[in-house]
Design a protein around this ligand. Structure first.
Ligand code: NAD
Length: 256
């Protein structure tokens, strides 16, 4: 039977790259994202790879919307084999200037939404005795950077959540792993450049070279396709005994 994957935040950046990689394998895909043209983006991938798909504009700030998104995917495809908690947002500011609402939203989207989606899909995965949950954490799940208090807290949090779900899922054939990418050239990174330039009093090119790639031993952005193929690897049926890991895909950042 064709497998189904639900990917949050899959109408942009890394999530869209993950969707394309699973579409190439023939998976049914439940897309989600806030992009205004999200439905068209999802349809274009489905048409290109001739797969079945659905699109939900559920806002990850809203637990009820997350539950509905998961229930709709199970209804549409009969099951969800793979859940990728990928949706994420960022804000960069010193802690004494960090807006409270930005803190709350970053924790909600980058951490709490993964709890709600996992809880919602858990019963179905348990009944099927099979599940793959993959959380797109970050190198910031393992390392800190100044001015990213909320993001680093959320990403460290999701690494802890991943380990806990690995323990709870093991008796039911459910694995849970986190991928920890270094810098990937996507809108979430592009949007930070002006904020970082102001805080560090640098040009935008200096931010790329001296802030982002400075952490990478390999002085390149991590390709979206590499994060996508790591997700494919962790989602494989053969990957049943890899669980609870936080896997750096970070151009050598964690080697420091
Ligand atoms: P992106 O901005 O291109 O994509 C983020 C996606 O999340 C979009 O589809 C957006 O609509 C969705 N999203 C944001 N808020 C949402 C909400 N409230 N409800 C529903 N969807 C929402 O950024 P990206 O780089 O592709 O980021 C994807 C994930 O990868 C994030 O969790 C991010 O933290 C993580 N990550 C990114 C990098 C990087 O350098 N780009 C590095 C490490 C980890």
């Amino acid at each position: 039977m064709t497998k189904t994957i639900l990917i949050t935040g899959s109408t942009s950046g890394i999530g869209l790259g993950i969707a394309r990689a699973f579409a190439a394998l023939g998976y049914n895909i439940a897309f989600n994202g806030l992009e205004a043209n999200g439905a068209e983006i999802a349809k274009a991938v489905a048409d290109e790879f001739k797969i079945k798909y659905s699109f939900s504009p559920a806002n990850m700030l809203q637990p009820e919307a997350i539950r509905t998104m998961v229930a709709d995917a199970i209804t549409a495809f009969g099951k969800v084999d793979v859940l990728v908690n990928n949706a994420g947002i960022q804000y960069v500011a010193p802690v004494d200037e960090f807006p409270e609402d930005k803190w709350d939203d970053i924790i909600a989207v980058n951490l709490t939404a993964a709890f709600h989606a996992t809880k919602a899909v858990w019963g179905s995965m348990k009944a099927n005795k099979y599940g793959r949950i993959i959380n797109i954490a970050s190198a910031h799940g393992l390392r800190a950077s100044a001015f990213k208090s909320a993001y680093v807290a959320a990403k460290h949090g999701i690494v802890g959540f991943t380990k806990t779900m690995a323990l709870e899922g093991a008796p039911f054939g459910i694995t849970c792993n986190a991928i920890c990418p270094g810098y990937v050239d996507t809108p979430i990174v592009r949007k930070q450049i002006p904020q970082q330039a102001e805080i560090h009093n640098m040009t935008e090119q200096e931010v790329i070279e001296n802030i982002f790639l400075e952490r990478h031993a390999v002085k390149e952005f991590v390709p979206i396709e590499l994060v996508a193929q790591t997700t494919v690897f962790l989602a494989a049926e053969q990957a049943g005994t890899i669980t609870g890991v936080a896997l750096p895909v970070d151009a050598g950042w964690n080697a420091h």
